[in-house]
Ligand binder design. Sequence first.
Ligand SMILES: Cc1cc2nc3c(=O)[nH]c(=O)nc-3n(C[C@H](O)[C@H](O)[C@H](O)COP(=O)(O)O)c2cc1C
Length: 363
Amino acid sequence: MAGITNIGFRRLCREQGGGIYVCEMITTRALVERNPKTLRMIAFGDDENPRSLQLYGTDPEITAAAVRIVVERNLADHIDLNFGCPVPKVTRRGGGAALPWRRRLFARLVRAAVAAAAPSGVPVTVKMRKGIDDDHLTYVEAGLAAQEAGVAAVALHGRTASQRYSGTADWDAIATLKQALDVPVLGNGDIWEADDALRMVAHTGVDGVVIGRGCLGRPWLFADLEAAFNGRPERRLPILGEVAVTMRRHAELLVDQFTAGARSPARGERDGCTDFRKHVAWYLKGFPVGGELRRSLAMIESLAQLDDLLGKLDPAEPFPVTALGQPRGRTNSPGKVSLPEGWLASRDDDTVPEGAEMDDSGG
Ligand SMILES: Cc1cc2nc3c(=O)[nH]c(=O)nc-3n(C[C@H](O)[C@H](O)[C@H](O)COP(=O)(O)O)c2cc1C
């Protein structure tokens, strides 16, 4: 997840349970142009295995070049291609979730990535949405095309681009895709608790699940998932004192991450703490913590400040069970998808969209 799954957050999650933790998405163009920020973003921990990288591209040649860089420089063990971004500035130019509609371009792009990765044996997977909107669904056709191109798995977020993050994910569509493909299918959308993952598997028959917003402020979800998939009943309901320990660990890992690339340790600490701020509200969701303390926590500049403020929380406060199963993170409303002129009328046009790259993303 863009802006979230950096090296520090991935370590925090790995400390909880097993899984493939995908790095923040990066654009193929930025990689090919050796953008320094991008190169920092694809750093992995020494013990990270597999190193999973998500690429976003719109041009088959640039995507192939980016994949070649990844495999030749041994930068990752797995490459995922993201076709899920619903952001207007991206779809307006034909990128992200708009791209699979142009079926020949989509197939060409996935084939180019798979071919470039093939000599190294690095598996390529695809993540996509159901389509542009309910009248322009692409997922089965795109899934088959990706399979034909040689991907190792296909992940489906059961929403259309026009839904953005609103409403509920369509698990029936995920089941339909699972039925249609021979390669493993991973289901995504609205897994807030470990038991949602079990329900999704039972409902759809998928081979695995992809977690998005459910882990925001709840990295222990991965411990629950590990337990659930191993048939164990335990689920974490951490009291506020335990949440505070996790928050401290998260902030400390971000400080380590930012210090590694910083001009000075003080700068690294400040940048790590700044990156941590966005997580505060997610961690505290549902806990009775006053507005002022929340605001102060969301403005920390140092670990000492964080410790001081965490010390003001009531450690015995029980986990707010009313927050279980509730959406967290983005929950915006649906909207018409911005597309380039004539996009819907010409499915077989495989002209590469211009300017559809972006600095940040979503899926
Ligand atoms: C802040 C944020 C950033 C995201 N960034 C990405 C991304 O870079 N790549 C991607 O494939 N999906 C991204 N997503 C989408 C999620 O991976 C996931 O598909 C979506 O949130 C639906 O799953 P959920 O209902 O479990 O959250 C992002 C979502 C959020 C909320």
